[in-house]
Design a protein around this ligand. Sequence first.
Ligand code: PEP
Ligand code: MN
Length: 255
Amino acid sequence: MEKINDFIPGSLNVIAGPCSVEGYDSLYHSALALKEIGIRYIRGGAYKLRTSVHSFRGLGDSAILHLAQVAKETGLKTVSECTQTDKVEFMAEHIDILVVGTRNMHNYPLLELLGKIDNPVILKRGIAATYDEWMAAAEYIVENGNPNVILCERGIRTFEPETRYTLDISAIQVMKQKTGLPVIVDPSHAAGKRDLVPSLACAAIAAGADGLMIECQIKPCESICDANQTIEPDTLKQLLDAIPDLRLHLSRMEL
Ligand code: PEP
Ligand code: MN
């Protein structure tokens, strides 16, 4: 399959879509709405690592095939989390960008295998990982032969219970300087609440993030997974409209 190299540091890369793929039709209709507002990358989880064994664990392989079919129909690029080594080959064939979720940042056999594929890999920060630990995890992928690593700050665990995690804005510039890799931000999992998502996303852009990963679908409240933090395409559109100004101010500061 065609590999992508158009995830460019410094350009606006916004990945949006449901927390998990919940069925072909809902994914397809969300994809159309996202395409309409200019989104080029759709996300959707297939193998969900849930804290509770009783929670929805994703549609598995069929979710990956739904994403691939939606990509074919819409021309969107796909992004999905790879949770285990025996799914790397299958996912690399069907999905454009693979994600290492926060719970797997220290899964070294998985990182090594992701170093052997050509697809870009988004490496999310572990909930309690230091910058150096996160950078060391990225090196596992790069040293095994895949330089296309994109770091994703998604909030860390602190003593504050009001938000789901605490978004570490400093991570953006620190990790860009330390690694030279693109850094994107997931405000959805950091916030855990949809009304906080636009402001955290703007803060990330203002701090120099190379992109965003946001949970968004046409019927956010009906999401089986992470409904409280999922936004509507209309809200995302307003956010996208605000971004060029934020970036212009940033470039004027010549930081
Ligand atoms: C997700 O992106 O759906 C997800 C589970 O993210 P994280 O690994 O950051 O919790
Ligand atoms: Mn989620």
